[in-house]
Design a protein around this ligand. Structure first.
Ligand code: FAD
Ligand code: SIN
Length: 518
């Protein structure tokens, strides 16, 4: 079946929703999510959204903090315009009805997180993402021009390749005509033709065995763009959040927000030695790469599976007021954080790299935009400053909207695109072939391509992944498509990109640390 639209939007997190809402005033929007609309990282975001909204703060300070965290790889112009736009984007969210916590005086109650020199993180208790997702989804569902399709999985973007034209990574004018989308209810692959397409598909944490990301975070957008010969970069910069709850077997790992350290929690090893002073003078509020590596090192020295976060210095009142979700979750696992030490461990959390975009969120492929975690804008460089990602998504989706509404005016739908060809495909015989390969990919990545890397480990990961790649491609080429198989294929591509870009980076910078680099 063919469907035609002005704006195709793939993803219903902060990036996709905030964009869809704006372009919908200028044409028809098809908005797809592979699962339920609110299942994405946005809904799980805890700490908040960084923005300059306080007289004591300034754009210059926030810019400086972002540049320091990014360790020399940020694009300074991008950092500047993103942060200078933060005040306006927050006003807009508040105008939509988003509730951020306020003090009695009515001013925003701002939190502080690692790498920030000021209190500047707006939050809704420890459920900021849920509040943003709630308000954006509510508005999207009310808009008459938006068709929201849940349980629709985008398999590939459509380009000239699907018209039989050869394209490669040097082809200058690759163009996107829409996407092939698997309707999970009908079990059918439809052809979605669009004047412009937005990828807002989020992160890829599930390439690792331990991640804070929900299961939908499988790097689909990045994999699709790389297959379509678009440009992807900085994939080696995977941010491991220092503190996820150590609770073996739980997936995703439950995040313990950095804002808890911002409120005074401290890290210690199992001998209750508070170790951060050995690593950085900013202690627990050093940028994430430093704190995660410090924890990794402590765990290696002691041989323990976790360290502790000591929240006992924070009053119970503050814990209950600001971190009710975290407090309740820990209590449900038997730990009262107002009295007991909390076992924590780093977990894969955020991808700083992704689909390369310019200042208008345009990718290297014409008529294709990317925003949010799947994109690489230049804001984060080698390490993202805490709570800058929700902001980045808002700013770039806004810029994409301004650009895309002009593009659709002079663009025609390409109607020659063939429907998806499933001829000769057979039902995949055994699910175990997919689930086992997925576990292997995650084990390889966690064992060899984690916080601290080496040339030998990267080579081993590359070789092991190549075997799984060959097996999976063979399976893919003969099987009727399923989400599990498509996601596995995408995660293998993501693993490949992280490994090869790690191999190419011959320096230790930000989140990338290889013991063989000096
Ligand atoms: P997401 O919100 O992840 O949405 C992705 C969407 O894409 C989903 O709708 C999904 O269904 C859809 N999708 C993906 N692939 C396909 C496909 N093939 N076909 C169809 N649909 C598809 N950042 C902050 O700035 N502050 C925080 O406090 C913060 N806390 C966090 C806490 C946690 C636990 C996590 C995991 C992340 C946190 N982050 C935080 C990071 C931030 O939440 C994410 O980077 C951001 O929400 C990503 O938004 P997004 O719109 O790009 O993607
Ligand atoms: C957190 O609350 O620690 C997450 C913030 C982020 O990932 O930016």
């Amino acid at each position: 079946m063919k469907r035609v639209t002005d704006f195709l939007v793939i993803g219903t997190g902060i990036a996709g929703l905030s964009y869809a809402l704006k372009v919908a005033d200028y044409g028809g929007v098809l908005l797809v999510a592979k699962s339920l609309a609110d299942e994405g990282s946005t809904n799980y975001a805890q700490g908040g959204i960084a923005a300059v909204v306080d007289a004591l703060d300034s754009y210059e300070k926030h810019i400086k903090d972002t540049l320091i965290a990014g360790d020399g790889l940020c694009d300074e112009e991008v950092v500047r315009f993103t942060i200078e736009d933060s005040t306006e984007r927050i006003k807009e969210l508040v105008g939509y009805g988003a509730q951020f916590d306020r003090k009695r005086s009515g001013e925003f109650d701002l939190a502080r997180e690692g790498g920030h020199s000021e209190h500047r993180v707006l939050h809704h208790k420890d459920r900021t993402g849920q509040e943003i997702e709630r308000i954006l989804l509510e508005k999207v569902r009310q808009h008459p021009n938006i068709s929201l399709l849940e349980n629709h999985f985008a398999i590939d973007i459509i380009t000239q390749h699907h018209l039989g034209v050869e394209v490669n990574h040097r082809t200058p004018d690759i163009r996107c005509y829409g996407a092939y989308v698997l309707d999970l209810k009908e079990n059918r692959i439809d052809t979605f033709l669009a004047k412009t397409t937005m990828l807002a598909t989020g992160g890829n944490g599930n390439v690792y065995a331990t991640t804070t990301n929900p299961i939908v975070a499988t790097g689909d957008g990045v994999a699709m763009v790389h297959r379509a010969k678009g440009t992807v970069r900085n994939m080696e910069f995977i941010q491991f959040h220092p503190t996820s709850l150590y609770n073996p077997g739980e997936k995703p790992s439950f995040l313990i927000s950095e804002a808890v350290r911002g409120a005074g929690a401290r890290l210690c090893n199992l001998k209750t030695e508070y170790f951060m002073a050995k690593y950085d003078k900013r202690l627990e509020l050093a940028p994430r790469d430093i704190v995660a590596r410090a924890i990794d090192n402590e765990m290696k020295i002691t041989g323990d599976d976790h360290v502790y976060l000591d929240c006992r210095g924070i009053s119970k009142y503050t814990l209950l007021q600001h971190f009710p979700t975290i407090y309740a979750k820990c209590l449900s696992t038997g730990i009262d954080i107002s009295k007991e030490l909390l076992p924590v461990v780093p977990a894969a959390h955020y991808s700083c790299g992704g689909i390369v975009v310019d200042e208008n969120a345009c990718t290297s492929i014409e008529r294709l935009y990317a925003s949010g975690e799947c994109s690489c804008t230049g804001l984060h460089g080698a390490n993202r400053l805490a709570s800058n990602s929700l902001l980045e998504a808002l700013v770039f989706s806004h810029r994409a909207y301004l650009h895309a509404v002009e593009v659709v005016r002079d663009t025609e739908i390409c109607s020659d695109i063939p429907e998806w060809n499933s001829e000769g495909m057979v039902l995949n015989e055994e699910m175990i072939l997919i689930t086992q390969s997925l576990k292997e990919v995650q084990t390889i990545m966690s064992s060899y391509v984690g916080i601290v890397r080496s040339n030998l480990r990267l080579k081993r990961a590359f070789d092991r992944l190549a075997i799984i790649h060959r097996e999976t491609e063979a399976l893919y080429n003969r099987s009727v498509h399923s989400v599990a198989l498509a996601e596995l294929r995408n995660l293998i591509k993501i693993g490949y990109l992280i490994i090869t870009m790690s191999m190419e980076r011959r320096e230790n910078r930000g989140l990338h640390y290889n013991v063989d680099n000096r």
